[in-house]
Design a binder for this molecule. Structure first.
Ligand code: PLP
Length: 353
C-alpha cells in the first residue's frame, strides 16, 4: 500500500513538536530542560517530571502479551483518542468519507461529526452480521475509513471472520479499522496477527474492559509502523499521564487477574442468561461474545425506567436501529445480577406479564 496516497499531505509532511523528553532519553542527570518543579509534588509519590511521551515500557509489555512488535503499537487516552486521530490523519470534510455498520459503537459517528467528515451507514443484517454486498457497493474513491466493531457494541456478537477477510481482500484504497474492545471475552484470535498480511488494517483494543482499567484511560491501536509514526506525530506530546503509565505497568504484570476475571464474568454471563430465559417478559437474548448482553424485553422502556428507579442502571438501546425494545446489560457481580433478576421479576409480576 502506498500510504502517502491515503494520508492527508499536511499530516504526512508535518514537523511534529519536539518535547524536552524526546531530546534526552536517560533517567539519570540534572534535568533543567522542561521547566518542571525539581522539589516534588506534595504527594507520597512524585509526579513532578513529564512522563515518557512514547510509553516504551508499557509498549514492551503489551508487545509480549499481544505478540507484536513495539513499533506496531500506539497508546492513546482511551481508544477514543485513536479513533479521533485516525480521522484527523486521513479525512477532510470535502473529499473523504467514513463507513460504519450500525447498530455499533457511537463514537465513530461522533468523531466523524466533530471532524465534519461525511459518514455513510451500512446497517448490519437482521442477524447482526456485516452486509458484505452493500458495504462493497458503498465503498468508493472517497472512502478512507471503514469501522468494523467485533465483538460489536451493542449487539455483543463477533462479526464472521470470513466476511472481514472478504473486505480486507477487496478494499485496499483506505483503512479497515477493526475495533476489538471486547476481544478478550471471545474465543476468537485477534486480527493483530494479520497486520503483516494487510497493510491497510488497523486494530483497536483497550484496557478499559477485560483489564479492568477504564478509569486510567488507556487505548491501543495496532498497525504498520508507518501508521504508528503518524499517530505519534499528531498526538498531544504527553497524552498518557505518568500516574497512568506507572499503574498500567503494574497491572500488566498481573495477568492472573485478567484471566480470572474473564473466567468469572463468563460464568456470571451464563448464569444471567439462564435466569433471563425463565422470565416471560424476555423476548430474545442475543448471542454475546462480550462482557454484556443485548436483551429484547416486553415493555422495555417501562422496565428500563423501573430499573433506574431501583438504582439498577442498564443501557436502553430501544431507539437504536435494529435494537427496538432492547436493553444492553453489562455482566455484573453474581450478587448484582441476582438483584437485577429479582427486580425484573417484580416488574413483570406487578404488570401481569
Ligand atoms: C466498541 C468500543 N470501542 C471503544 C470503546 C472505548 O474504549 P476506551 O475506554 O478505551 O476509550 C468502547 C467503550 O465502551 C467500545 O464499546
Amino acid at each position: 500500500m502506498d500510504y502517502k496516497k491515503y494520508i492527508l499531505p499536511h499530516i504526512w509532511n508535518l514537523k511534529p513538536y519536539s518535547s524536552a523528553r524526546d531530546e534526552f532519553k536517560g533517567t539519570e542527570g540534572i534535568f533543567l530542560d522542561a521547566n518542571e518543579n525539581p522539589i516534588g509534588s506534595g504527594l507520597e509519590e512524585d509526579f513532578n517530571r513529564y512522563p515518557d511521551p512514547l510509553q516504551w515500557q508499557i509498549k514492551s509489555q503489551i508487545a509480549k502479551i499481544k505478540n507484536c512488535s513495539t513499533d506496531e503499537i500506539f497508546l492513546g487516552n482511551g481508544s477514543d483518542e485513536a479513533i479521533d486521530l485516525l480521522i484527523r490523519m486521513t479525512c477532510t470534510p470535502d473529499a473523504s468519507s467514513i463507513i460504519v455498520c450500525p447498530p455499533t459503537y457511537g463514537m465513530y459517528e461522533v468523531s466523524a461529526s466533530i471532524n465534519n467528515v461525511p459518514l455513510i451507514k451500512v446497517n448490519l443484517t437482521s442477524e447482526y452480521q456485516l452486509n458484505i454486498d452493500s458495504i462493497l457497493k458503498t465503498i468508493d474513491s472517497t472512502t478512507r475509513l471503514l469501522f468494523i466493531c467485533s465483538p460489536n457494541n451493542p449487539t455483543g456478537n463477533l462479526m464472521k471472520r470470513e466476511d472481514i477477510y472478504k473486505i480486507l481482500d477487496s478494499f485496499q484504497t483506505g483503512f479497515v479499522v477493526i475495533d476489538e474492545a471486547y476481544i478478550d471475552f471471545s474465543n476468537e484470535p485477534s486480527f493483530i496477527q494479520e497486520l503483516n498480511r494487510f497493510p491497510q488494517l488497523i486494530v483497536l483494543q483497550t484496557l478499559s474492559k477485560a483489564y479492568g482499567l477504564a478509569s486510567l484511560r488507556l487505548g491501543m491501536a495496532f498497525a504498520n509502523p508507518t501508521i504508528i509514526n503518524l499517530f505519534n506525530k499528531i498526538k498531544p506530546p504527553y497524552n498518557i499521564g505518568g500516574a497512568t503509565q506507572r499503574l498500567v505497568q503494574k497491572a500488566l504484570g498481573n495477568s492472573q487477574f485478567v484471566t480470572k476475571s474473564i473466567q468469572q464474568l463468563k460464568i456470571n454471563k451464563e448464569k444471567l442468561i439462564n435466569d433471563l430465559k425463565h422470565i416471560k417478559g424476555v423476548s430474545t437474548i442475543f448471542h454475546s461474545d462480550a462482557n454484556f448482553i443485548l436483551v429484547k424485553f416486553i415493555r422495555a422502556q417501562e422496565l428500563f425506567d423501573y430499573l433506574i428507579s431501583q438504582k439498577i442502571i442498564a443501557r436502553n438501546r430501544s431507539n437504536v436501529e435494529l435494537c427496538n425494545d432492547s436493553i444492553r446489560i453489562t455482566i455484573g457481580l453474581e450478587s448484582e445480577n441476582k438483584e437485577l433478576i429479582q427486580k425484573i421479576k417484580i416488574f413483570y409480576t406487578e404488570n401481569n406479564v
